[in-house]
Design a protein around this ligand. Structure first.
Ligand code: GNR
Ligand code: NI
Length: 174
């Protein structure tokens, strides 16, 4: 059964490491499959729209994502690689590892990412807006980067709009 793992917070050294590539042979391992299930469980419970393995203290290159719109489905990407990045824009962002804050960051509005799915098959995801923002945010986590490193006007979420962004990145009450 999947369980909710603890999301580590900014200041924890694992968030600053460059995560290790996953050996494709490891993907079929039941413990690895359990990790994926637990990451989904943890992301939905938070609630969040994405979660990278380092946030649950596992320094491996994978993330899960579900922005819950009509055009995209929940996805897990292992060993992601950005194949295309276009149209820089400023976006407001939050993070489950930096609870209650938001800030503005320059991101690409259109990206494509390749990688492996949970069966070890090659996949490619492409999208705009929040979907593209989330892909970049999760890949940053795999490189030890947090949005607060580059954010402008980092602040406590106060307006309704800011809280909606930060709430999608709220800490569970442990
Ligand atoms: O839940 C999340 N919401 C969010 C909002 C704006 C930009 C990025 C994100 S990702 C975040 C979940 C998280 O911290 N993933 O690493
Ligand atoms: Ni994050």
């Amino acid at each position: 059964m999947p369980y909710i793992r603890e999301i580590i917070q900014d200041g924890h050294p694992t968030l600053r490491k460059v995560a290790k590539k996953v050996d494709p042979k490891e993907i079929a391992d039941p413990l690895f499959q359990q990790l994926i299930d637990d990451m989904f469980e943890t992301m939905y419970a938070a609630p969040g729209v994405g979660l990278a393995a380092p946030q649950v203290n596992v320094s491996k290159r994978l993330f899960v994502m579900d922005i819950q719109d009509d055009e995209s489905e929940a996805a897990v990407v292992i060993n992601p690689k950005i194949e295309l990045a276009e149209e820089e824009i400023e976006m407001t962002e939050g993070c489950l590892s930096v609870v209650g804050y938001v800030g503005e960051i320059t991101r690409f509005n259109h990206v494509a990412v390749s990688g492996l799915d949970r069966n070890g098959n090659k996949i490619r995801l492409e999208g705009h807006g929040l979907f593209a923002q989330c892909l970049q945010h999760e890949i940053d986590h795999l490189n030890g980067v947090l949005y607060v490193d580059r954010a402008k006007n980092l602040r406590k979420a106060e307006t309704e709009e800011e809280q909606a962004i930060a709430d999608a990145a709220q800490a569970q009450a442990y």
